[in-house]
Design a protein around this ligand. Structure first.
Ligand code: ZN
Length: 439
């Protein structure tokens, strides 16, 4: 137990205020129903969210985190109110829109996050390690980290992977919804027109995982196909994690993880590993079967409506951005009733029971999802999750694990593995530096 944690627990027992972030100015009705303890538990945690798609807003719409949310989920005000300590900003390159320019778009997205931190040194600092996250917490700043979502970003080059690490990227999701030349996605695993690997990862794909292990870049298995998941787990020498995935036993969609996968993440890594973490996605379509089915049933009508709108924008000479299509999705999603907050808590609870309390955390997917459960409208609402967990009997210590401590432990394990591998460099000769052309 770290001294800060011990102090937090003593403070809880004695009901004295903690030297933490300012209390929110407004109390919601749920605060009135909850004993004060839940709020104290939340305020005394290092809260870490491992997935937000805000960089596209920053780059395409010049969105600044000092601005009002304006339909988004994350800005400085909401982060402060929700006691959000660290956010992983997603570096996501839309594969069709940027075909032929993946690396360029990747670099621009990385730049936009670095620029945001440079513009607001009093509110936000770039973080590259667990120690940095703790330092930012002590300085009452938002720790900003970066994760690449989709292996197509590295354009089949280990050199680019290393460059991304040098620029501060600390995790990579092996695929997004598109399979790439070396790993398969759950998004097109059943599509016969898409080329897939034989075993889930090609030889180059295994080299990518190994190089990530050596660098200390976390291996993220959200989005990958089941086959690629198992291949990545047995290939990786460090524990792996899911930056934003929920439980398939509760909501049966390919993006979610089966109970067997949850247990495999918990057990992943070498003999000295404490295992990986599954960071729960807040998306209504991943936490509620009813919502997912309604969204699917709406698909033909939605597609026709969206295609017509996009055609109209194009005829007006407008450049179609992610923000524009995202806004359209949100309009359609709003026609379907949001699931209750308890649906999200059910997923956290399920993963905690199946994988273990040390293997679950938060991966909101803020600014990347068209719908979230009732009550979760922005990062400001994160304390409601803690309140709901307390209500279900989770201890303050367990809440702290879920809110960020589990992820910090996992991040440290990945770094420790990297140090070991760097010390024995040359032990595993790489098969290739570049993915060979398959055609
Ligand atoms: Zn995603």
């Amino acid at each position: 137990m770290r001294p800060l944690r011990l102090f937090a627990l003593i403070a809880l027992t004695l009901s004295i205020p903690l030297p933490s972030r300012p209390q929110p100015t407004t109390k919601t009705s749920s605060h009135k129903r909850q004993p004060i303890a839940a709020d104290l538990v939340h305020r005394s945690a290092i809260v870490i969210d491992t997935h937000a798609d805000t960089p596209q807003r920053m780059l395409d719409d010049h969105y600044d985190l000092t601005q009002p949310l304006d339909g988004g989920y994350l800005n400085f005000a909401s982060a402060k109110q929700g006691n959000l300590g660290a956010e992983f900003f997603s570096i996501w390159v839309e594969p069709k829109l940027y075909e032929g320019h993946y690396a360029r778009r990747t670099l621009e997205l990385i730049d936009t996050v670095l620029q945001q931190a440079a513009a607001h040194p009093d509110k936000m600092m770039m973080a590259y390690s667990p120690d940095d996250i703790e330092r930012a917490h002590r300085e009452h700043k938002l720790a900003a980290l970066m994760g690449i979502e989709g292996g197509h970003s590295i354009e089949d080059s280990l050199g680019l992977l290393r460059d991304d690490y040098r620029l501060g990227v600390r995790y990579m999701t092996l695929t997004w919804s598109n399979s790439n030349n070396w790993a398969d996605s759950s998004g097109d695993a059943d599509d016969p027109t898409v080329h897939h690997t034989q075993d889930g990862l090609t030889d180059f794909g295994k080299d990518v995982v190994y190089e990530m292990n050596r660098l200390g870049m976390m291996v993220d298995i959200s989005h990958v196909s089941d086959k690629t998941f198992y291949r990545a787990v047995i290939t990786s020498r460090a524990p792996v994690f899911a930056s934003h995935s929920s439980a398939r036993a509760l909501t049966n969609v390919p993006r979610n993880m089966t109970d067997d996968m949850l247990r495999a993440v918990a057990r992943s890594g070498g003999p000295n590993s404490h295992g990986g973490v599954v960071q729960v996605n807040f998306y209504s379509g991943f936490i509620s079967d009813a919502w997912a089915q309604a969204w699917k049933a709406q698909a033909p009508e939605r597609k026709a409506g969206e295609d017509a709108q996009i055609a109209q924008w194009k005829s007006e000479g407008k450049t179609i951005t992610y923000a524009m299509t995202d806004a359209l999705d949100k309009q359609w999603a709003a026609k379907i009733p949001r699931p209750p907050l308890s649906a999200l808590i059910d997923h956290i609870d399920h993963i905690a029971k199946v994988a273990g309390i040390d293997h679950v955390g938060l991966g909101s997917d803020f600014d990347g999802i068209p719908s979230s459960p009732e009550g979760i409208d922005s990062a400001a609402d994160l304390p409601k999750i803690t309140a709901a967990l307390i209500e279900r009997g989770y201890s303050p210590e367990d809440c702290h694990k879920i809110l960020g401590a589990n992820f910090l432990r996992f991040f440290r394990d990945v770094q420790a593995t990297a140090k070991e591998l760097q010390a024995q460099s040359g032990e595993r000769p790489k098969i290739t530096d570049q993915q060979p052309f398959r055609k």
